[in-house]
Ligand binder design. Sequence first.
Ligand code: SF4
Ligand code: SF4
Length: 383
Amino acid sequence: MTCTPSPIQATSPGRPLSVAAVPSPVADLQENCRKCRKCVAACRVLDQNGTPGDIARSYDSSPVTVRRLAYSCSLCNLCQQICPYDLAPSEMFLNLRQEAVSLGENHLRPHRRLLNYEWFGSNAIFRHLHLPVDCETIFYPGCALTGARPEETLKLYRLLQTVEPTIGIMLDCCNKPSHDLGRQQFFQKRFSARMQTLAKRNIRRIVTGCPSCLQAFSILPHKFTITTAYSMLAGNVTLNPARFSGLTCSVHDPCSIRFAGTIHADVRSICKALGLKLTEMVHNRENTFCCGEGGGVGFIDRKLSTEWNRKRVIEAEDQLLVTYCAGCTSQLRNHGNVHHLVDLLFADESNDKPIARTVTSLQSWRNRLMVKIRLMAARKKLQ
Ligand code: SF4
Ligand code: SF4
């Protein structure tokens, strides 16, 4: 059985976190927030600090305020979804982060581990680019998926090759951590270099395995078509409808692609094509909750991050929980029954239920290296 047929198409998170779209998000909120408090009721950060309009009017850029406010926001965009006036408080918080970084990066000390992860992961040891002859599309699995699910990453690549035989692969970090922490110049530099590399090689389409990479690729303007591996598969591969028949699941949509309705639908279509019955949580699709990882909040306020996480886990109850972000899968592991979509797609035939898995940081680095070595070996064989 194939999933609901849908042509391969460009998808985008819809309203990305870019500050480029709005000249001054702070001024926008100062002027237009009507203090209706609808967003305040949904978010602890706002509940503790007032309406986005109040914050925009009274914000001072002292290090304490920067840390307490700007870096407490998960950049999850739930407030934007709720706001009747389509205001974007996360744009303000991101803008304030960027302003803080323009004065120096000392305040990012608590995020050092995240930045080291990005820096080390961008190293040539882990990077890899393989472009078959006539390649116009590349698969960009992202560091988190490659590290957490190496075998599944390779299987996903092979499955994508059945849809487009000349698809290539690029292993690299999308630098979204830097973007989210306000390191806009650094992000922009890396982004431009990556896009130039791909443009020179006549690549037209980028297929990501990670929603955060999709978001990172949607922040700045470019001429590529961006989509996810899951949208590329939906309707284009044959799946076994008896594989998980009898099981019911809920889908957790990552907040990084809150507004990407096509992807939400494509993922559900794949779940159904695997025989799963779907039951929706109250906060699904554009109303989804952050898993707790967003915006690097956990590095400065563990309690806030845990609160988002608990909200999601409580709403999911003991239902089998499916997501399509390796970061969310890891962050929600306390749920006990959370699975990445690739766990379902490539589950061992001998198991009638997917098995929840986690990896240590060390295993993740080793896995990334292993994927690169396997890809290089496969290429050598073809030569
Ligand atoms: S983006 Fe998320 S965490 Fe930030 S203010 Fe809005 S709802 Fe709260
Ligand atoms: S929902 Fe919109 S208008 Fe209402 S307080 Fe929040 S930002 Fe202001």
